[in-house]
Design a protein around this ligand. Sequence first.
Ligand SMILES: *Cc1c(COP(=O)(O)O)cnc(C)c1O
Length: 390
Amino acid sequence: MINGSDPLDLASLVVAHDEANAFEAVVPPIVQTSLFTFSSYDEMVSSYRGEIVRPIYTRGLNPTVRHFEEMLARLEGGEDALGFASGMAAISSTVLSFVEPGDRIVAVRHVYPDAFRLFGTLMKRMRIEVTYVDGRDEEEVARALPGAKLFYMESPTSWVMEAHDVGALAALAKRHGIITVIDNSWASPVFQRPLTLGVDLVLHSASKYLGGHSDVVAGIVTGSKVLIDRIRAEAYPYLGGKLSPFDAWLLIRGLRTLPIRMKAHEASALTIAQRLQDLDVVEKVCHPALANRLPPGLTGSSGLFSFIFREGIDVRAFADHLKLFKLGVSWGGHESLIVPGEVVLQQKAQPNSAHAFGIDTRSVRLHIGLEGTEALWSDLEAALAVATRA
Ligand SMILES: *Cc1c(COP(=O)(O)O)cnc(C)c1O
């Protein structure tokens, strides 16, 4: 494992591109092409034999996608990375590369709902069993691990924000020779670099903070060359959830401002979370930096947290009277968002349960965007006044 550069060192993110062939453009070009041609029979046959590595077809290798993969690998401290068409493509391809029928996965509870549904539908049909554990309880995790093939983590989780000691959990899994995977979308490499904590594979929904502008759906996984090669060998080309060159280009643009954006999300969200905690109408704020000290390895907090209203607050009126906060899923962009828990709990997708995601009916999840703390607070106060009166 190479040591990644300091994630705040933006200079290290300038991965060389072939400027001479791109008019010395400062931004790498979008190589928007499905196929790449060969100048001769010999060149083509060398490429097919694997004697030279060069793009043949964009489902396998594309320079713009490669550029993004190299940037993200550097940020996380990985040797290699693979981009995908969505976070779910990264999750499904990664997990399916390491399990077969009869295997068992241990996963922390409250994983991203569609990951939970993947485990409970397609993978269940493939006779892959998933045991859920409370990632904060190391004894429970240690009891569940023996005999498992894969340990799937997400920390903090993305509704109740349960934060785990990622390094300690990875060490437990390592003792049993179990491959560890973590969904690091919430923290981003700016606040948590799980490869440096002993985790084997780190994946992201790049649709969130990595992209940062709510204009792309993408995913990525990074880790050692050996493990990434295993994903590249089967799941990547044959499931075919490849990242498009244009989306990769948007992600390259997003990564350039990642550290600055994360600091701004952190500051605004912390202030708002603290003020909410002081309100009588709020029962509990679920924000890892408020609950207690951040666990080792998590060096900051992002813009996503939730809180639970006391009984008697009209959540519908609250949501409908917000002006800056838009009702909407996803997060990680410039805009502030709200999702009421009682809405999510009515989602038709199966399997679905409050228990599985830890969502309380009186909870509300906020993503604090970049509009400015005081403007956002005024918006929340005005809507609260209506929701309390109602
Ligand atoms: C959104 C999200 C995903 C899924 O990513 P897509 O890009 O939407 O497929 C996975 N994990 C977490 C924590 C997410 O928020």
